[in-house]
Design a protein. Sequence first.
Length: 206
Amino acid sequence: MAESLQEVRVLHLGLVEYEIALKKMRDFTSSRGADTADELWLLEHPPVYTLGLAADRAHGAKRDNGIPVVQVERGGEVTYHGPGQVVLYTLVDLARRNLKVKRFVWLLEQAVIDLLDGRGERRAGAPGIYVGGAKVAALGIRVTRGCAFHGLALNVDMDLAPFEAIDPCGYPGLKVTQTRDLGIAGSPEALGRRLAAILAKGIEHA
């Protein structure tokens, strides 16, 4: 593998409307070529619920709180994005790196576990990271032509109330938490930078 293809670029995009970011991800993935560098996009979204491709709408917003709902092509069920949450989109050519999807998902989860100094844990059949039974990070990806997009979301310092209107990730009554409430210091920007650096290193050395 050429040295230039081993590097993962990290872009800091700030606050971006969900559907704008979604279009940019789709455009990037559909137009990328054999030599296109892999990228990680760090950003936050205004309030929005998103449903995975096979999500059961019964788990969606159970009351009208004015937050829009968008169905997308990623895996997973329903989740919430809002300010104070780190969103990390993973635009990675898995085929070029000879990365299987299961291994890639493991790398995403491990990056969060490493960021939390080993406090997080996995759950069989329920992608994401949990601390004390509460979900702190959700993930869902899509792979097309061997290239991944979408990614993961880490709750840092946000209003968790909108999660109460849904069954997070399809699990009624699932508790959610965030790094601030776990006593982990750092703003969304600071923790996002650390998370992206950990993940980029993991991908480059996979």
